[in-house]
Design a protein around this ligand. Sequence first.
Ligand SMILES: [Zn+2]
Length: 274
Amino acid sequence: MTLPNGNGHDAQTDPDPSSGMPARRLSMSDNLGRIALRRPSFGRAASLRDGPRSRTISIDETVAAMSNLAAYDEDADVQLPKGASPREAKLPLMKENYRLLLAHLGEDPNRHGLINTPERAAKAMMFFTKGYDETIQDILNDAIFDENHDQMVIVKDIEMFSMCEHHLVPFIGKVSVGYLPNSCVLGLSKIARIVEIYSRRLQVQERLTKQIAMAITEAVAPAGVAVIIEATHMCMVMRGVQKLNAKTITSTMLGVFREDPRTREEFLTLVNGR
Ligand SMILES: [Zn+2]
C-alpha cells in the first residue's frame, strides 16, 4: 500500500532495533501476520471467521481518551518529559553543535536574533525525540483490563508527529489502530500514547507502523491488530520531488486482520468512513 515516493526511502535495509528484523515496506501481503499467529494467544482466530463483530469508539470517547495526551503536550515547544533524562546532560554539547551548524550555514551565531537559537533548537530536538526517554512498560502499568470484550476496538485519526531519520525533517499525519481483543483490553488513551512513544523518535514510516502493531500485540495478545498510517513527509514536500499533496500510506495487518478479509474490510470501512 505504500506509494512510490522516490525520496530516498525506497531501499530500507536498516536493522529494526525493536525486533532485530530488517526494516522494509509493510503491506497486507507481509508475512508478519504469520509470525504473530504462531503466538498461542492468536489461537481463537478461527472462531472469529464465523462473522466479525464490531464496536467503533465514538468520537466523544476518543476525544475523552485523548485529553490525557493533550494535557501531556502542553507547552510542547520547550517542555521536556518529566523526570531526569540521561539525554538532558547532553544539552550543552548539543547547543554547541547547533552553534557550529549555524556558522557552517554561513550565519553569524552571535547576531542578536540567533544568540539563543542553539539552546532552543537543542531543546526542541530533544522534545521531537522524547520517545527515547519512555518505554511501553512505563505507560502500560494499570492500563490493561480483563474485560472479556471480544468486539473490534478502533481508534482512528490519532495525530502523529515524527522525524524522518534520513533527513531530520518532520513527517506528520494520522494513525488509525484497530484490534480484536482476546479478553484483555487496553486503556483507550494508551493507544495514543503508544503512537506518541514510537513517533517521537527518528523514524521511517514503515517501521513506525510495525512497532505500534507489535506493541499492542505484546500488551494485550489480541486476536489481531491493524495499523494504518497516512503521512506527509517534509523531505518530499520541501525538497526532492516537491509534491505538496503526496501522502505515504503504510499498513500492518496481524492475526485475523490479515487472515480474514471480512475483518480487514470491516476495519477499512470503519476507518475510511468520514
Ligand atoms: Zn526523509
